[in-house]
Design a protein around this ligand. Structure first.
Ligand SMILES: *Cc1c(COP(=O)(O)O)cnc(C)c1O
Length: 390
């Protein structure tokens, strides 16, 4: 057994260097709680960066994984498998209407890559419109649709024919989308970009514009999907019918999986235009089936709506001159400060609450959707303690 100091030393010597590390060695999780190597307990509002919607070490997911691992772990999509069939059936039931064909991969960025690729031959056009503060991943195609200059500039030139417009400003989208536009890619609530909820009229307007001008609407639900915002998919808040939807993060209860959900406007997709070795392996499919069943059986979207409201109300009641705004949807909650959030996040971790940033001044909370009311209250209490009062 390695002790915590040995673990940190080894990781620090061999890590690529791209991750700013937090000084905690995690050992175990259960529901919305985590324990470190010293036995200290944390209420987890990082949620594996938005992955752990069904809770850490979810017993139903653990059982499905253990059983499937002994049956069959790998099975390329060129062959058939029951777990994949079950997952497809389930996704078709819960997805927005029309999204009933799927391409499976292993991450959010990969799902976005595939979505962007599919949009070009389907329309015979090349231009992609993305939004300022949008985030879609860090591989070349996904990065080309990602706004943050820090992420993009060191790697330019990126994929050509991408343009950015301000979020929530329909007239700017109207100016940008034309008869050369293959697709618009957008989040319903911008996640990494600071937890910025989209306006319903805006999002419906973007959809209408895409239909009118022959462009496809790609909705990136990698972070907002699977109950996070208080509906199974954030699209449901505004009755959106995307042509393509990308999902990942929470889909498989913590196992790596991404998926592209494909609607009728893409027509027939030619064989061999895209491919994936690990995608839709029976192990991840079995985990996803168990995770989605758990979400449905326990009505996690409704739970996220209730616990999210409780958390936001709690945050709004905190009287601190440091708070600029509290905003969010369901259990995707942010406090924007008037100062950098890093030192306050560190103090929170010290007090047993883990939370994320989203840009330098935002504290972002993405707890497992199974979080209890008592833990939500603890989070609010600890945040109130670390933010200076009036
Ligand atoms: C996290 C995220 C991605 C990238 O997913 P990875 O699995 O990290 O590649 C893409 N889009 C959105 C909206 C995300 O939140």
């Amino acid at each position: 057994m390695l002790n915590p100091e040995e673990i940190k030393k080894i990781e620090n010597s061999h890590e690529s260097g791209v991750y700013g590390k937090i000084d905690i060695v995690l050992v175990r999780g259960e529901g919305a709680r985590l324990w470190d190597a010293d036995g200290k307990m944390y209420v987890d509002c990082m949620g594996g960066h938005g992955v752990a919607n069904v809770g850490h070490a979810n017993p139903a997911v653990a059982r499905a994984v253990a059983e499937q691992a002994q049956q069959l772990i790998t099975c390329h999509s060129a062959l058939y498998n029951e777990q994949r069939a079950l997952l497809m059936q389930k996704l078709a039931e819960i997805a927005p209407p029309g999204l009933d064909r799927f391409f499976f991969c292993n991450s959010g960025a990969e799902a976005v890559e595939g979505a962007l690729k599919f949009a070009r031959p389907a329309t015979g056009r090349t231009k992609i419109i993305a939004t300022m503060r949008g985030f879609h991943g860090r591989t070349f195609g996904a990065l080309s649709a990602t706004w943050n200059k820090e992420y993009r500039e060191p790697f330019e030139p990126l994929v050509p024919d991408f343009a950015f417009v301000p979020y929530n400003k329909l007239e700017r989208m109207e100016q940008a989308v034309d008869d050369e536009t293959a697709a618009v890619i957008i989040e319903v609530v911008q996640g990494e970009g600071g937890v910025n909820p989209g306006d319903g009229d805006y999002l419906r307007g973007v959809q209408a514009l895409c239909r009118e001008r022959g462009a496809l609407l790609i909705v990136d639900e990698v972070q907002t999907g699977f109950g996070r915002t208080g509906k199974m998919f954030a699209c449901e808040h505004y009755d959106l019918r995307p042509d393509i939807m990308t999902v990942a993060k929470a889909i498989a209860g913590g196992l790596p999986m991404g998926a592209i959900l494909i609607g009728p406007r893409l027509g027939e997709i030619p064989q061999r235009v895209h491919n994936n070795t690990f995608g839709a392996n029976p192990l991840c499919c079995a985990a996803a089936v168990a995770a989605i069943d758990f979400m449905l059986e326990n009505d996690l979207p409704q739970r996220a709506a209730e616990m999210g409201a409780r958390m936001m109300d709690g945050f709004k009641a905190i009287e601190s001159p440091l708070i600029r705004e509290v905003r969010g949807l369901g259990l995707m909650v942010a406090i924007e400060l008037k100062q950098p959030s890093a030192s306050y996040l560190a103090q929170l971790a010290e007090k047993g609450v883990l939370a994320l940033n989203a840009g330098s001044t935002v504290m972002r909370f993405l707890p497992p959707l199974v979080i209890g009311a008592d833990d939500v209250d603890t989070v609010v209490e600890k945040v109130a303690e670390v933010l200076p009062s009036l």
